[in-house]
Ligand binder design. Structure first.
Ligand code: HEM
Length: 281
């Protein structure tokens, strides 16, 4: 059964290849044996695995979003809107999958969560470096949030680079400027290491875009960004709800007041003028 001729014959009969010189090509590509051995629960509670795997899956979705939004940002700097729109549209389905990933842990009771909560110690999603990259690309920059990562030089260096780079929204606004829209100079020359704050001049730009032809590429760009803003808002809201169900008003493992802190974080607007401009169209 193991000689190559038999295998080739099997293959000819429509049976998948069974013999490989070393590891399978699937393993070489996917690194599945690494990925499926990265689960090291801290407690004996059988429910912890769902929490850990969900968190790891979300980290992978964050990684994909960062990839797509960087692709879109870099394409927008070249005014390659086709490539940018492709990446932004792909990111919508990935973000939806990220949001759907809440399911396994969306409705934990306090007793279920308590079964492994203490074992997690001070570990908190607040310390997720990839989530910070997500937020930085959305324009929510913060130098102080690099601090938790100073003990991990590679991660810290990646975040420092992300802080210094323009966000996706910075690239969008420069693109709008090159399309002849009156994006204020102070916005175009802003310090990109700082958190983006809403500007009335940018609100006016989006008002003009939305008041114009409805099938223009710029309305399509505005809408895909609005979809992203909505999906981010929904992820944050679902996180808040899952937290409220699992631990009520207890303090967070990362040292914050918990739900009260997350509530404030969840109200932050993504691409703010895309929402406020609508009042004036
Ligand atoms: C029932 C499960 C969860 C609970 C009870 C919970 C609770 C919390 C709390 C209380 C905080 C505030 C910081 C702190 O003091 O710890 C927080 C932050 C955070 N959590 Fe969770 N979390 C849960 C699941 C997750 C999952 C699966 C992820 C995915 C990676 C995640 C990602 C985050 C992120 C990124 C932050 C920081 C948010 C920000 O900076 O605005 N959480 N979480």
């Amino acid at each position: 059964m193991n000689d190559p001729d038999t295998v080739a014959a099997d293959s000819a009969q429509g049976i998948p290849t069974l013999e490989f010189e070393g590891t399978t090509p699937y393993e070489d590509y996917v690194h599945a044996s690494v990925l499926t051995h990265l689960q090291q629960p801290y407690s004996d509670d059988p429910g912890e695995m769902a929490f850990l795997v969900t968190t790891q899956v979300m980290e992978l979705w964050f990684t994909l979003l960062v990839h797509e939004w960087r692709t879109a940002r870099d394409a927008l700097y070249k005014d390659d809107t086709e490539r940018a729109m492709d990446a932004l549209r792909r990111s919508l389905t990935s973000h939806q999958a990220l949001n759907d990933s809440w399911r396994p842990i969306a409705a934990l009771t306090p007793v279920q969560f308590n079964a492994y909560r203490t074992a997690l110690g001070e570990a908190s999603g607040f310390q997720s470096a990839m989530y910070r990259q997500v937020e930085f690309l959305l324009g929510d920059k913060s130098l102080s949030l690099l601090q938790p990562h100073k003990g991990h030089p590679r991660v810290h260096a990646e975040l420092a680079a992300a802080l210094a780079e323009p966000s996706l929204y910075d690239a969008v606004l420069e693109h709008l400027h090159r399309q002849g829209l009156p994006v204020p100079q102070e916005v175009l020359h802003r310090d990109v290491t700082q958190r983006y704050t809403a500007h009335p001049g940018v609100e006016e730009v989006w008002r003009q875009v939305y008041a114009g032809p409805q099938h223009s590429p710029l309305v399509a760009l505005g809408e895909v960004l609005t979809d992203i803003g909505e999906l981010v808002w929904r992820w944050r809201s679902d996180h808040l709800l899952a937290t409220r169900r699992a631990m009520g008003a207890k303090a967070g493992s990362g040292g914050s007041p918990g739900v009260a802190w997350l509530e404030k974080r969840a109200t932050r607007s993504v691409f703010p003028e895309l929402w406020t401009a609508r009042s004036h169209v």
